[in-house]
Design a protein around this ligand. Structure first.
Ligand SMILES: Nc1ncnc2c1ncn2[C@@H]1O[C@H](COP(=O)(O)OP(=O)(O)OP(=O)(O)O)[C@@H](O)[C@H]1O
Ligand SMILES: [Mg+2]
Length: 232
């Protein structure tokens, strides 16, 4: 790991530990997981850590609206209200594909610049990807990545997982275009074992990270990673 690389806390201690400190500044990181594994929650931790650090943050939501995201955050004890002026939540109506893409390409760089935002959460990209056919999807995804890259922000992009491969994103493209990928999944040891949640850093460019999946839980204070435990 480059010693001069600045790392940003994800807001989850155990995950920071797995990453060797945090997410490298300006990285675009995919968070892939099945429904209910805590993708949105992980993203909210990342945003809240930024707000607490005095940073300006943007949430681009293709899923929950502003009110619902606020409620999620509050339910985990994250006081988004106090930081409202440093936080911009934009809900993009996915049905308006062209409008969404145009907004992302033209408005997002302007909003980032005007706010001087340093962190962006996109939740969830799968809704956006679904609007394109296979030949256009990669291009659409790349243009979002390029906007975030040239704006110089650090970003988390959440995605649903592939039905047959929980480590892979729904359309199998996101993990290639991102600098990093974190997988959230249900893990069952055997028929008789209870299902546990496991988190794994699948990829993180320029970081010597751990590859061992670690157990985590979603609690009243959000995601807690047990970085010293084994899953079974
Ligand atoms: N206070 C809490 N205590 C324990 N578990 C909770 C708590 N709040 C939420 N959860 C769990 O977290 C899950 C939701 O997490 P989150 O919305 O971050 O997941 P997600 O991966 O974004 O889901 P989706 O695919 O539906 O968007 C709930 O289904 C529930 O199991
Ligand atoms: Mg979600």
């Amino acid at each position: 790991m480059g010693s001069n690389m600045e790392l940003l806390s994800t807001g989850i201690d155990g995950l920071d530990y797995m990453l060797g400190g945090g997410i490298p500044k300006r990285h675009i990181v995919a968070v892939v997981g099945q429904y209910g594994t805590g993708k949105t929650t992980l993203g909210l931790h990342f945003v809240y850590a930024g707000l607490q650090n005095g940073e300006k943050c943007i949430i681009l939501s293709f899923d929950e609206d502003e009110e619902s995201l606020f409620q999620d955050a509050i339910s985990f004890g994250m006081d988004f209200e106090s930081y409202a002026e440093n936080l911009e939540i934009t809900r993009l109506e996915a049905s308006e594909v062209k409008e969404s893409l145009r907004k992302i390409k033209s408005d997002l760089p302007e909003v980032i610049k005007a706010m001087n935002a340093s962190r962006v959460l996109v939740d969830t990209i799968s809704v956006f990807e679904a609007l394109f056919d296979e030949s256009e999807r990669y291009k659409a995804l790349s243009s979002i990545r390029n906007v975030l890259k040239s704006a110089g922000v650090t970003a988390i992009i959440t995605s649903e997982a592939d039905k047959n491969n929980p480590t892979s994103s729904k359309y199998g493209l996101l993990e290639y275009i991102c600098d990093g990928a974190i997988s959230l999944k249900y893990i069952r040891g055997s028929e008789l074992d209870e299902v546990r949640l496991g988190i794994e850093v699948v990829k993180m460019r320029r970081v010597k990270h751990s590859r061992v999946p670690k157990p985590y839980e979603i609690t009243d204070s959000g995601i807690v990673v047990f970085e010293r435990e084994e899953i079974f």
